[in-house]
Ligand binder design. Structure first.
Ligand SMILES: [Zn+2]
Length: 355
């Protein structure tokens, strides 16, 4: 096959069907068509280009039956056949119903299953989106309302971590571990306990767990609270549904992929809002004076060479952080920092989430 033809055949060559039919009606010999491949077609990935063509009856007395490249490449065999195409080999095959039927049947069946599966997924997305159609506006409004506080939250957390230093913030976060209790490492010089020299023993510190320490954990990949609210809302704003009918019409028009995208974005809006609210509550817990006292007492007990940290809240709207003798610039706190975060909207999930 020439390079030009190869290119031509790399997409489903529907345009060659008229040429094939012309050849068939004129010569009655599918196997002598110029694009017919005399090799048997591959077993996999065969598409039926033309189903149920028939050698013209009037020509049979003269040209005889057609040869099937699969079961009868030399001797005349069939009247009814199918024109197959392989996207893998790029070849076309005129084969008898004797053999083509297998490919054909398989092909139709798997195509049918594929379409059925796609329909099922689409239906699940449609159901999910219709059940949650009001959430599109709810999440957008929620993000708008919470945005100033989210920016404020990001600012305070950033300044707090910078004042403590990232290293000390991490240390505090790790020390609290999963249970939330701070721990201290004490060096032991006693010969019995410390086999092999000077060793540290980790002990639980304080009579209550540290609160809100999750805000100190900021992996590089973690987005700011602002971004987690704004990003999904920016997309949802384009979905301007005012009524259920609006939503229904929109869903009927959109391709499958957009239904999936919208479902995913609603999921992001839900998890993003919930995380942001949880972090706001964690910050409020962290800033409670007793919690700061716990940190300061812990830092004094740390038997390490690192600078002691002390965090104070001398006034409700002011936070000061000391690292050794160095005082960081005071952090101004907005009055809403102590208020509980609002309850974020939640999606309705009736059955298994759409795939
Ligand atoms: Zn055959």
């Amino acid at each position: 096959m020439s390079a030009q033809l190869a290119t031509l055949f790399s997409t489903r060559p529907e345009h060659l069907i008229p040429d094939f039919l012309k050849h068939l009606s004129r010569y009655g010999e599918p196997h002598t068509w110029r694009y017919h491949c005399h090799e048997p077609p591959p077993r996999e990935d065969i598409q039926v280009l033309l189903r149920d063509f028939v050698v013209p009856e009037g020509l049979i007395p003269r040209v005889g039956l057609a040869k099937c490249p699969i079961c009868s490449p030399k001797l005349p065999k069939y009247i009814k056949g199918h024109l197959l195409w392989s996207p893998i080999t790029g070849q076309l095959y005129a084969v008898g119903h004797c053999c083509g039927f297998n490919y054909f049947n398989d092909g139709v069946l798997s195509e049918g299953l594929r379409q059925e599966k796609a329909r099922g997924i689409r239906k699940a997305h449609e159901d999910f989106l219709l059940a949650n159609w009001e959430k599109v506006a709810e999440f957008t409004a929620f993000a708008d309302a919470l945005l100033p506080r989210a920016r404020e939250h990001d600012r305070v957390v950033r300044l707090l971590i910078a004042s403590l230093s990232q290293k000390r913030a991490n240390e505090l976060y790790r020390s609290a571990g999963d249970g939330g209790y701070l721990t201290v490492v004490r060096r032991q010089a006693g010969a019995e306990e410390a086999r092999g020299g000077l060793q540290g023993v980790r002990e639980r510190f304080g009579d209550r767990p540290l609160q809100g320490h999750l805000i100190l954990h900021k992996p590089r990949s973690a987005k700011l609270a602002e971004a987690r609210l704004v990003n999904p809302a920016t997309v949802l704003r384009f979905v301007d549904w005012r009524t259920l009918d609006n939503a229904f019409e929109w869903l009927c028009d959109q391709p499958d992929i957009d239904l999936k995208r919208l479902s995913d974005i609603l999921g992001d809006a839900e998890s993003g809002s919930a995380q942001v609210c949880a972090e706001m509550n964690a910050l409020a817990d962290f800033l409670v004076p007793e919690n700061l006292q716990l940190i300061n007492a812990w830092s004094r007990q740390q038997d390490t060479l690192q600078a002691e940290i002390r965090v104070f809240r001398p006034m409700p709207n002011k936070l000061t952080v000391w690292r050794g003798r160095h005082a960081a610039k005071p952090i101004v706190l907005h009055p809403n920092v102590d208020q509980p975060a609002p309850e974020p909207p939640a999606l309705i999930r009736e059955e298994t989430p759409p795939g």
